[in-house]
Design a binder for this molecule. Structure first.
Ligand SMILES: Cc1cc2nc3c(=O)[nH]c(=O)nc-3n(C[C@H](O)[C@H](O)[C@H](O)COP(=O)(O)OP(=O)(O)OC[C@H]3O[C@@H](n4cnc5c(N)ncnc54)[C@H](O)[C@@H]3O)c2cc1C
Length: 414
């Protein structure tokens, strides 16, 4: 019998396992997929360019990610994520117009930022949503589109699903000028690979767990095999945990979860630059938000990535013809693009049985109910994963939660 069973070889599970073995524990990691990394999944194009199917950006204050990269000698790109309003397009009602030409947007955006600053991460803001914040401002129709898109990109759900408290929690962990500063050279999945290398054959790939028993520490595999340990770390997404653990507290099973996916398309050359654009488009179409993923990569070719967020985005992500539909709209925005479009990478996280969505988004009343069950042990069961940390929705949160849970298990077992 191992000392600890870790379910899930995403960043949270891998980090927990690495810390546990460093302290001498006997650990087995059970991973459903045939790869490690979970929602960190890089696609490597033939010419060496990379697109991220899941986690893409690293903030300058994501200290756990940065420390991990430094420890294993992974190089980081440097980028400027400030929105260039002259190079970005707003695509509304079939017309792509440069952002700065919409006079209302600049003023409304300032009003929106001022309204967000009022929100605080406390109970006073628990039950109201970002829809209420938007309604409190006299926004133009176009500003509602752009601000609504911004919310969907951040939270993967519409404004009425995002509690003001959660928005304030996330904002309190974001530093102006530090957001989306880096990617890992060669792909973010290298973060997972270096951790998995430390674990060797302790990671069992293609080993889906069917159910777990928090009281006994028994973990049943889909194959029928049952493993048992004095401590079990569940490092799977919350919607998946709800399926594995029938006794999950309702404060956890009810937590909101973003939906959507991504499409990345490689083009023979970066044709959007011919038009003086940087590839960023905020659209009223279901594909929502487009940007250039190769802004910090070399090569003539360039990759545009669409983040498919919220309900319309999730529906689009589920369409097999999604990439073709997206190419058609990119052609409308940047004539000539269609003939340059090459390999397409299409990811639907909502219908992926090992994710069942994108990442946590606490709705009204949910933060308060979830915190105690997220941070306590349940019999022999410990919970890790991005949902179990203040940096939820980020790789940083996953790593931090893994480290916290490993420390808890070690303290408890002494
Ligand atoms: C589209 C998208 C964009 C994102 N963008 C960013 C970004 O720009 N920056 C950022 O920092 N973060 C971003 N994230 C979030 C980031 O990817 C996650 O917060 C983080 O990777 C979560 O790690 P985790 O270990 O908690 O979960 P996961 O990575 O989901 O790991 C869970 C693991 O459990 C496994 N598993 C599931 N079910 C079972 C089972 N039954 N049995 C065994 N194993 C199972 C899964 O296969 C998986 O490997 C993004 C995510 C998505 C989806």
């Amino acid at each position: 019998m191992p000392d600890v069973i870790v379910i899930g070889a995403g960043l949270a599970g891998l980090r927990a396992a690495v810390d546990l073995i460093a302290a001498g524990a006997d650990v087995v990691v059970l991973e459903a997929r045939d790869r490690v990394g979970g929602r960190v999944w890089s696609h490597h194009f033939a010419d060496g360019q990379v697109a991220e199917r899941g986690a893409e950006f690293i903030d300058g204050n994501h200290t756990e990610v940065l420390a991990l990269a430094a420890r294993f000698g992974l190089e980081l790109t440097e980028r400027d994520s400030t929105l260039d309003v002259e190079a970005a397009l707003v695509d509304a009602a079939g017309r792509g117009v440069p952002y700065h030409l919409h006079a209302s947007l600049i003023d409304d955006w300032q009003a929106w930022e001022a309204a967000l600053e009022v929100l605080q991460p406390n109970e006073d803001f628990e039950y109201r949503t970002l829809a209420t914040t938007m309604e409190s401002l006299s926004l133009s129709a176009l500003s509602r589109l752009v601000i609504g898109r911004d919310i969907r990109t951040e939270f993967m759900l519409p404004p009425e699903h995002v509690s003001q408290r959660f928005a304030a929690e996330i904002a309190s962990r974001q530093i102006a000028g530090q957001r989306e500063r880096h990617r890992i050279v060669g792909g973010n999945d290298r973060l997972a690979t270096v951790l998995a290398n430390e674990l060797g054959d302790r990671v069992r790939l293609s080993t889906p767990v069917r159910s777990l028993d928090a009281d006994t520490g028994a973990v049943a595999l889909v194959t029928g095999e049952v493993l048992q340990a004095p401590a079990v770390v569940a490092a799977v997404p919350l919607p998946v945990l709800s399926r594995l653990w029938p006794q999950i507290p309702h404060g956890l099973s009810g937590v909101g979860y973003g939906i959507g996916g991504k499409i990345s398309i490689q083009f023979e050359r970066r044709i959007w630059r011919d038009y003086g654009r940087n590839g960023t488009v905020l659209s009223d179409r279901a594909w929502g938000h487009l940007w250039e993923t190769t802004d910090d990569q070399v090569g003539d070719r360039g990759i545009l990535t669409s983040l498919l967020s919220s309900h319309d985005g999730a529906a689009f992500a589920a369409l097999p013809e999604g990439p073709d539909l997206l190419v058609r709209d990119i052609e409308r925005l940047f004539p000539g693009a269609k003939g340059l479009a090459g390999e397409r990478v299409h990811t639907d996280w909502t219908n992926d049985p090992y994710s069942l969505g994108t990442y946590t988004c606490f709705g009204p009343g949910q933060w308060k109910l979830a915190q105690a069950p997220l941070h306590s042990a349940h019999g022999q069961l410990w919970l890790a994963g991005e949902h179990a940390d203040g940096f939820s929705g980020f790789m940083e949160g996953a790593l931090r939660s893994g480290a916290r849970v490993a420390a808890g298990v070690l303290t408890h077992s002494r």
